[in-house]
Design a protein around this ligand. Structure first.
Ligand SMILES: Cc1cc2nc3c(=O)[nH]c(=O)nc-3n(C[C@H](O)[C@H](O)[C@H](O)COP(=O)(O)O)c2cc1C
Length: 451
């Protein structure tokens, strides 16, 4: 059956764009990493396009690896702490949803609950927490660890972490603030709750010292592709950023995650699956392809080797570009993202060279690289949306803001002509614009009805 709802869209933000060579593009702002004006500009353009949100991907560590290569790729080496940035964006934008990654492996639930609740108030209901357990060893080195904790442990802690945060966000019920000056009572003590959580990983008394937020609680995003990742998403997430490998795999993933939701008492429509896609659009196919080639040619081979080393968890510093990929360097069991690892290994299994893999990766990255004319890109997005491989997309623009502008100028009118994307925001909060239901406070739910 044809869908009647609209596609959801978000801008994926690395400072200069998603492509590792984006900062070398003459249209990018080379000072942008520490310049709020640049990121506000990206936000304003996303908001003018009526996108649902802007997403600050993050990890609490600089990248590690070959220093020669690191010096050529600034993305992870110089960036804003995302919640500080979101606070500034909260008061300088009006409608755009604001999404940031925070890891459950290295924070405390009380801090995270408090930070996001504050930004939900500052933004009047537009914030979303992207819950990650982190997937690179370098994060552990900054937090008293020798690297990443094992995958199962990360998810065990992550699930308990989210439960505690949800519990803290329920500290004040809806309408708990009486603001009664006459009697000198600020809030209703019967609508104020202490969590008293004592679990395996956390002991948190509560309550949280900030009122229930405009969205009831901030929206939750998640991006795990593994079994425990999908379970966590089905239990708690309202947006899932998936790895867009191909339409069949994504349909199966979509179906798989949504099928798990009723067991958690959730309606599958309360979760929007948004694959990350890299968009290269041109007026003609040749123009689009030329944009891809321009950036790939700008990318130094050391950068390609470094990025592959990171995702394939193998040291590729010395490998020759024109030789077949050295399969014997691959780990038996990768610790990080399994889906991306498998996708890249599939590509080289047929004897392709290191140089070809770098080119493939540079074009596709962690998403499905879509290069073409506006009609071709709209066809691609429509098919994924209509056949339920996606409820929308997180758009990984190769360069910011120029590829975002290209998308808005060339693809968005075509999506709107086909009735696939909104003309105006439907609501004021991110939750309303995504069409998500309001969460019910756990304490209010369990109360005896009034007689
Ligand atoms: C579109 C997209 C965005 C992601 N953003 C982040 C991020 O900002 N920070 C992070 O640590 N991991 C990020 N990830 C990685 C996931 O959180 C997760 O670690 C990865 O998909 C592996 O899943 P698994 O742990 O269930 O195997 C992202 C993944 C995707 C597909």
């Amino acid at each position: 059956m044809a869908r009647t709802d609209k596609m959801k869209l978000g801008t994926f933000v690395y400072t200069f764009g998603f492509h590792p060579a984006s900062w070398l593009h003459p249209a990018s702002d080379v000072n942008g990493a520490n310049d709020f004006a640049h990121l506000l500009d990206v936000a304003k353009r996303s908001e003018a396009a009526k996108f649902d949100f802007m997403f600050m991907a993050d990890s609490p560590a600089a990248a590690v690896g070959d220093p020669k290569a690191l010096a050529r790729i600034p993305t992870k080496m110089n960036r804003f702490e995302p919640l500080s940035l979101l606070s500034a964006l909260a008061v300088t934008t009006n409608d755009l949803g604001l999404v940031a990654t925070v890891s459950t492996s290295y924070y405390e639930p009380y801090n995270v609950a408090r930070l996001f609740a504050s930004i939900d108030h500052l933004s009047k209901g537009r914030v979303c927490w992207n819950v990650v357990t982190s997937d690179h060893d370098e994060t552990g080195y900054n937090f008293n660890r020798e690297g990443l904790d094992p995958h199962a442990l990360r998810y065990e802690r992550g699930n308990e972490f989210v439960d505690v945060v949800f519990g803290l966000w329920d500290s004040f019920e809806e309408g708990a603030l009486l603001l009664d000056r006459e009697n000198g009572v600020y809030y209703d003590k019967d609508k104020h709750h202490t969590l008293n959580h004592k679990g395996k990983h956390f002991q948190v008394r509560g309550p949280l010292n900030i009122a229930r937020t405009p969205q009831g609680r901030p929206v939750i995003a998640q991006a795990g592709g593994s079994e425990p990742g999908m379970d966590m998403a089905a239990r708690t997430a309202e947006i899932v950023f998936s790895l867009a490998s191909n339409i069949d795999r994504n349909r199966a993933f979509y179906e798989n995650v949504k099928r798990r939701m009723p067991a958690h008492g959730r309606d599958p429509d309360d979760l929007k699956i948004m694959p990350g896609i890299v968009i290269n659009v041109g007026e003609t196919e040749a123009e689009a392809k030329a944009k891809v080639d321009y950036l790939i040619d700008k990318m130094h081979p050391d950068v390609g080797r470094l990025m592959l080393s990171e995702f394939l968890e193998a040291d590729l510093r010395d490998v020759a570009l024109d030789k077949p990929f050295p399969m014997d360097r691959l780990p038996a069991a990768p610790k990080g993202s399994r889906a991306l690892f498998d996708e890249l290994v599939d590509f080289v299994r047929s004897g392709r060279t290191v140089g070809e893999l770098i080119r493939h990766y540079a074009e596709k990255h962690t998403g499905n690289g879509m290069t073409g004319t506006p009609a071709q890109i709209a066809d691609f997005m429509e098919e994924w949306f209509d056949t339920r491989a996606a409820d929308g997309f997180i758009l990984m623009f190769p360069t910011l803001p120029s590829s975002l502008d290209d998308f808005v100028r060339l693809v968005l009118p075509e999506l709107r002509r086909r009735g696939l994307f909104r003309e105006e925001y439907e609501g004021k909060t991110l939750r309303e614009n995504l069409g998500l239901s309001m969460p019910v406070n756990r304490f209010a739910k369990t109360k005896e009805p009034a007689r």
